[in-house]
Design a binder for this molecule. Structure first.
Ligand SMILES: Nc1ncnc2c1ncn2[C@@H]1O[C@H](COP(=O)(O)OP(=O)(O)OP(=O)(O)O)[C@@H](O)[C@H]1O
Length: 451
């Protein structure tokens, strides 16, 4: 098929699906090739590819066949992303090996051009992580090495790491900044073992200026990868090269991680990305709306819709973004204003899932697992501190995370009086301020329960 044929088919498609749909969905497609009955297209995002495939795939196939093109399947692939901003000088550079290597041997993963500091919305829950990331991105000697970022799913760890890389590269394009997941690190390591090229692996990773490893919990329990990671880590720290690590929990909470690695990770600055609060979620939604407006000019979003979403979707930012994308795609498809009713209809499944209520039984189960005690002791009479304190924590969490009244909570804890629950809540509130272990435990439990 020639570009001309595709041009004609595009015109036909425009007539049959309408100008709005055409501009939004078909115009961004870039015809690449026709091979063995498969027509391949480049798309700006995987979302556009999925949407076009689901909603217009049959129509495109029908038009292609009608024009005499021998095709039975369509394929959509995301075009290689270029950073919109900053300028080309800031293209991610990967570590250069001591000996010349081809592109395939570069260790870093590509950076997402959307994940910059400009697009990162800050609020109370992430301000410390953001400030630390900014500091690393400024370059120069940093008092903390490594920077260890941790937090629950979809709270912006990867976003911040990419932002550091973009910023560093914009300031100093000659820097070898490498970002990769712990899984990719392991893959590289295993590959080097298989190809008997450990020298190459070592020199590759030890020649970087900044190393960022995402989701480091992945290497827990993988002994030889941990060992190699430890050596790479030490070699870079010894040369004063900055390391940034992320994980889904604090170093002390990662099971099956060697002690020497754990203590190394704790040596730098460990910062937590807390679950989002209402203001941060609203800020993120407002920022995303600004961006969508450029893509879908003319779309109107009624007052109160963003506030409603920020209030109801509390799981994580990825879900929040997904909800907004779907809302805009749907509204642009049907050419309607985004009202509260439309949002409720269109996002019914997401809203239902976000409504998941934590139960007192779940709290009791998680807390007893966490403190290694029997579930029956939650409701039993034992008063020893090792049992009474976790029980108080469970009561406190029941008050915080459920709508249950104090007497109701008391009843569920083996028929205790509401004053006992009240005392537990007060006691834990006091301890939170004084005992950082309790504060950490509470945060972890809350995160697990709300996941
Ligand atoms: N503060 C924020 N401002 C703007 N966007 C955000 C913010 N926090 C998260 N996001 C967006 O939410 C999505 C998920 O973020 P990210 O991938 O960084 O999460 P993560 O913490 O690495 O999660 P995971 O543990 O699943 O890897 C991304 O699209 C990111 O841009």
């Amino acid at each position: 098929m020639t570009d001309d044929t595709w041009g004609r088919i595009r015109d036909d498609l425009e007539k049959s699906i309408g100008k709005n749909n055409f501009v939004t969905w078909i115009a961004p497609l870039e015809f690449r090739a026709l091979e063995d009955g498969v027509a391949r297209f480049g798309v700006p995002t995987s979302f556009v590819g999925d949407w076009v495939n689901r909603n217009f795939g049959d129509k495109i196939l029908e038009h292609l066949t009608r024009s005499g093109v021998d095709v039975d399947r369509l394929e959509f692939a995301v075009a290689a992303q270029k950073p919109a901003e900053p300028a080309p000088a800031a293209q991610p550079r990967r570590a250069a090996a001591a000996e010349p290597r081809d592109e395939g041997d570069m260790p870093g993963a590509p950076l997402d051009s959307r994940f910059t500091f400009d697009s990162f919305v800050t609020g109370k829950p992430n301000e410390l992580a953001h400030a630390a990331a900014r500091r690393v991105a400024e370059g120069g000697p940093v008092a903390f090495n490594p920077l260890f970022l941790y937090g629950g799913v979809g709270l912006g760890k990867t976003h911040l790491m990419h932002a550091i890389a973009w910023d560093l590269l914009q300031r100093a394009p000659e820097k070898k900044v490498v970002y990769l997941s712990a899984e990719q690190f392991m893959y590289r390591f295993v590959q080097a073992l298989r190809e008997r090229d450990m020298m190459g692996f070592k020199s590759l990773f030890r020649s970087v200026d900044v190393l960022m490893v995402d989701d480091v919990q992945f290497i827990a329990g993988k002994d030889s990868t941990q060992e190699e990671f430890f050596h790479t880590f030490n070699a870079l720290v010894d040369q004063n090269k900055q390391i940034v690590i992320s994980a889904d929990r604090a170093p002390g909470e990662i099971k099956d991680l060697e002690d020497r690695i754990r203590s190394r990770l704790q040596c730098g600055l460990v910062v937590d990305l807390h679950p989002t609060d209402y203001e941060l979620r609203l800020g993120i939604l407002q920022q995303k709306v600004e961006l969508y407006r450029m893509q879908y000019p003319g779309l109107v979003i009624a007052g109160g819709v963003l506030e409603f979403l920020a209030h109801r979707i509390t799981t994580n930012v990825r879900v929040l973004e997904g909800a907004l994308t779907r809302l805009f795609a749907f509204a642009s498809l049907v050419g309607k204003e985004i009202t509260l009713d439309l949002a409720q209809d269109c996002l019914a499944d997401i809203l239902r899932a976000s409504d998941r209520k934590v139960t007192i039984e779940e709290i009791q189960r998680k807390v007893s697992e966490h403190y290694n005690m029997r579930l029956s002791d939650m409701v039993g009479p034992k008063r020893h501190r090792t049992i009474a304190r976790p029980r108080q924590i469970a009561m406190y969490l029941s008050k915080q995370l459920t709508q249950r009244s104090l007497p109701e909570i008391g009843r569920r804890f083996g028929g205790r009086d509401h004053t006992t629950v009240m005392h537990a809540v007060k006691r834990i509130e006091e301890l939170r301020g004084k005992d950082s272990q309790i504060e950490e435990d509470l945060e972890l439990l809350r995160r697990m329960l709300e996941a």
